[in-house]
Design a protein around this ligand. Structure first.
Ligand code: GDD
Ligand code: MN
Length: 374
């Protein structure tokens, strides 16, 4: 009787999960069910779950997932609010899983789920990382045109110096990894942009044992790609972070680059107002200062702080706080400049010292006040 009770108890308990499949989603309502159907078919015989990580889709994706997850315990969801980013979504999904093997796949059916069991088995058989590749025998990019192929190859070549484990296809983001390997790399991940696989092999403390499985990149079934013109920049940001991020924050480099452009804007506006429009110098200079600050704010908002981008009313408030930060920065700039000048009497040195201190202040204070972290 007791024996029967125990058996019944263990029979009702689920078998331990073996694999978590992480799926980032942004407006993928038409792809969710077809993907789950395909996963169920491909992963028969493996105890799997799918963890969707949704960044505020407005097309009904999270509502649909809620409905599906209520009926199917293999499906879970993380909803992120006011956040964006494929890589960081994948990282959070992976950290929410507890299985020994973690896989990542796009929601839009462009990654061939039929090789998932091979990826899983490669890890079960001892590899630390197993990736789907389009760039080896048997793999293919499908119907890409020459231009997209060239860009993808070029981006792959750029990645070579930061990869501790050489991969034939670090770009596609279709892979499986042993849980502890991911956890070891997690503290060093940059999590910017789209290239989570590249981030992983650059952040892992050592070279990983690897299996590559060829596949053909499919065509998107429903919805549209979320890649935009910022993707190339985000990619460079990731590479830069991997190369020099230990020494200088990449955002400081970006902020500095925007500042240099701002100097150009300042001078152009000054000449325009003074020479062309015939304003008095003081007025022309004031006009140029305000113009350059506004330019710096707008560009930093779109570029440096894209992950915390301010919009609408918050944009206007942000601009006001940025003006205030820069005004204090200017005071510091003049103060330090004068101090250096009095001590060493070099005009250029004093000017540069003031500008550097003012800029660093602007960077630190605006990161804290204008573009607060959520
Ligand atoms: N949570 C979340 N947040 N998901 C996102 C976000 C985001 O900000 N942006 C995109 N996604 C999801 C999409 O919903 C989709 O499931 C997956 O990430 C891939 O996004 P796509 O927009 O379809 O990207 P793609 O097909 O153009 O690019 C893919 O293939 C390229 C070519 O290999 C990506 O894997 C790229 O990294 C890759 O270079
Ligand atoms: Mn896609």
């Amino acid at each position: 009787m007791l024996q029967q009770f125990i058996d019944l108890d263990s029979a009702t308990r689920d078998a331990p999960l073996e694999l978590s499949v992480i799926v980032p989603t942004l407006n993928e309502v038409g792809n969710v069910q077809p993907l789950l159907d395909k996963l169920a078919l491909a992963l028969a015989g493996i105890e799997w779950e799918a963890i969707f990580v949704d960044d505020g889709s407005s097309d009904g994706t999270p509502e649909l997932l809620t409905q599906i997850a209520q009926a199917d315990r293999r499906v879970r969801m993380i909803r992120r609010i006011g956040r964006r980013g494929l890589s960081s979504a994948v990282v959070e999904g992976a950290l929410a899983s507890t299985t020994p093997v973690i896989a990542v796949i796009d929601a839009d059916l462009q990654h061939d789920e039929r090789i998932l069991p091979d990826l899983y088995r490669a890890i079960a058989d001892g590899s630390e990382l197993a990736i789907g590749t389009r760039y080896s025998d048997g793999g293919s990019t499908g119907d890409w045109d020459e231009k997209r192929l060239k860009i993808s190859r070029f981006a792959t070549a750029l990645a070579a110096p930061v990869m501790k484990t050489p991969l034939s296809d670090p770009m596609s983001g279709f892979f499986a990894v042993r849980r502890d390997v991911l956890l070891d790399a997690a503290p060093n991940l940059s999590s910017v942009g789209y290239k989570i696989l590249l981030d992983l092999v650059a952040s892992a403390p050592r070279k990983l044992s690897l299996t590559e499985v060829p596949y053909t990149f499919g065509v998107r079934q429903h919805g549209e790609s979320k890649l935009d013109d910022m993707v190339a920049l985000e990619y460079l940001e990731l590479l830069l972070d991997k190369m020099v991020g230990r020494f200088v924050p990449v955002k400081l480099i970006q902020f500095g680059a925007v500042g240099l452009l701002g100097v150009g804007v300042h001078l152009s506006l000054l000449f325009l107002a003074f020479d062309a429009a015939g304003f008095a110098f003081t007025l022309a200079q004031a006009f140029a200062v305000i113009g350059a600050m506004t330019f710096n704010f707008a560009l930093n908002n779109r570029f440096t702080y894209r992950d915390r981008q301010l919009k609408g009313w918050a944009w206007a408030k942000g601009l006001a706080s940025f003006y205030a930060v820069c005004a204090l920065g200017a005071v510091g700039n003049v103060g330090i400049g004068s101090l250096v000048y009095e001590t060493w009497h070099g005009v250029a040195l004093a000017g540069i010292a003031g500008a550097v201190v003012g800029s660093v202040w602007n960077y630190v204070a605006s990161g804290w006040l204008t573009w607060r972290k959520r």
